[in-house]
Each structure stands twice: as C-alpha cells, then as structure tokens.
Design a protein around this ligand. Sequence first.
Ligand SMILES: *Cc1c(COP(=O)(O)O)cnc(C)c1O
Length: 355
Amino acid sequence: MHSSVPLIEKYSEFLPVSSGTPVISLGEGFTPLVAATALPAKLGFPGLHLYFKLEGLNPTGSFKDRGMTLAISKAKEAGARAVICASTGNTSASAAAFSAKAGLTCYVLLPAGHVALGKLAQALLYGARVIAVDGNFDCALDLVRSLAEDLNLTVVNSINPFRLEGQKTAAFEIVEQLGKAPDYLFIPVGNAGNISAYWRGFKLFADLGKAGNTPAMCGFEAEGAAAIVAGRPLSHPETVATAIRIGNPASWQEAVRAADESGGSIDSVTDEEILSAYAQIARSEGIFCEPASAASLAGLIKHLKAGKLKGDATVVCVLTGNGLKDPNSALSVCQVQLETVEARPDKLREAMNLQ
Ligand SMILES: *Cc1c(COP(=O)(O)O)cnc(C)c1O
C-alpha cells in the first residue's frame, strides 16, 4: 500500500525535531510544480520558463500546512494547554485541522467581516473555537500575543518560530522538482513570513551544494496594504486579496533582508492587477487559486513590462492558496447572470450560439 511520508520525516535533518517529537501529519507538502504552457507566449515572452507551485493542494488548501504540521507537533511535544491564532483565514483553517488531528483545543480570532467563506467554514467544521473580533488582522494579532502570555497558550501564527522552519520545505521541493533553483521566485507578501521561509530554504540548499544558485526573491504586497513598500505600518490596510490584508507584517525585517540579499525586491500590485492575473491563471492554465495568490503572477507581469527580466529566465510563481476557499471573489470577477433555458435542443443551440 502506498502512503505519503510526513513532510517532517522527509526533511527531518533540516528541521528542529528529534525522535521524540510526535509527528502530526495530514499529508502536507509535496505539491506539484506545473509548467505554464500558454501564458509565456500570451504575455509576449515565449522563451520564459514559467512554473506554478500549487500550494493550494495542501490538505487544508494553503501553504500554511507546511508550518502548521511542525508548530502543532512541537506544541504537542511541549504538552501545550491549547493553541491560539489570529488569522485572515488560512492560518485558522490549518491550525484548526492539525489541532483536531492532535487532540488539542484551538482558539481562532478572526477580523470580523473580512474572512473568505470557505476558510471560516473549515475552521468551524474542524472544531476550533472561533471568535470574530471587531478589528483588523493586526489588532487581532496584538490581542493574541497578550492573551497567550496571560493564559499560557501556544501561539501558532508565523511569530511561532516553527512555522517558518516548516515553510522553508517548499523551497527544498522546488529545487528538487526543477533539479536546480529558479532564477526568480515570485510570491505574495502579507505577514512576510513565507518569503522569509523560502529564502532560508534556498540559502540552505545552496550552502549544502544541492542548488547551484539562489533565486532573486520578488515579493508583492497589495497596493492598499503595502506597508513594506511604504516603509511604515498602515492602520487601515485594504485589498480584495484578504489573505494579504495586513498593515504591519510580523516578519518585516527578515523579508527585506531576503529581498536585498537575493538581489530581488518587495514591490506592490493593485487590486485590478491581482484580479486580472487571477482570471488569467484560471483561463490560460486551468488553475483556480485565491486572489492573494495571484499577486505573484501580477508581480511577474509588472516586472516583465518594466523590462526587469531576461526573456529566457526560469521563474516560479508561488500560488499560495486554493481558489475554492473564496468562491465569492470568482463570481464577482465573472459577473455572469445564469439564465435558465428551456430544455429543448433548438433553444440550447440558440443559447450556445452554435448552428
Ligand atoms: C498567508 C497567506 C499569504 C501571505 O503569506 P505571508 O507569509 O503572511 O506573507 C498569501 N497567500 C495566502 C493564500 C495566504 O494564506
């Protein structure tokens, strides 16, 4: 019988675990790296080697599972009382699932009204104690930090050091899948943990001689939530890409270092650019990601237009989450009113515009 190896076991030599660590796994990681076949030519760069890392195929539908398997395993090892997180949605879905598997209680603080429906549904069904807070993500995270300290709860937001350690495994996989590191990595930036984690992973594999080079790390915030680009925290971040609607990124400094050291940058894309890329990924490549994920392709398009890339570069865009989490965004982009047609061939041919 075939069964997948837990991510923690596959990469144990690079992770802070021992033989005594209980491994809480849901089959995370080992996500496909799919070559784009139509987009390079459509974008006017037919020689571009473009790949999408499909992190939405993780067990709860986002890359958060890579860090959560480790954070929850370590919480279990330490005999945690319960775990807690603030979340724009995907962290809570992941924390709730791994906590259920571990038999731990999970508390979730969500910014009221700004969480995609699928993510809320997940956290609730996995049995987390979900509380909507009258404030944005940054406010919820501040509350989590103080409550956790007072009540002795384990925080599983990306300020938990095990989260980024687990997330760096995505960089290992890309190197193994391509047989080398790409020239560029394009990635959305919210709390800026993921770009920091990828950089740790690429650097480590380069140091060990497992990758010839390291990629330029190109991170993209949403323009209405672009604190790093602005150089100061924002108290009212706004964007349709709710997963990156963050005004004071927790891993700010490490992300800036990743961009600088790698020869990349942190830039921003507008909501319009994000939604356009979101539709293009679906229509040209058959991939349904969530809006925040499309910030990676939107960023690539922006850099291509600005002449910042060589036309034959190898590029990976990280698609961080599954589009099914946020059906409302897809429906609002499509703006189609479904009309019911009489069940007769002639009427259907008329509706299909085929004679
Ligand atoms: C969490 C998340 C991000 C942002 O990642 P950070 O590590 O916070 O920068 C982007 N996209 C999706 C789908 C996410 O869930």
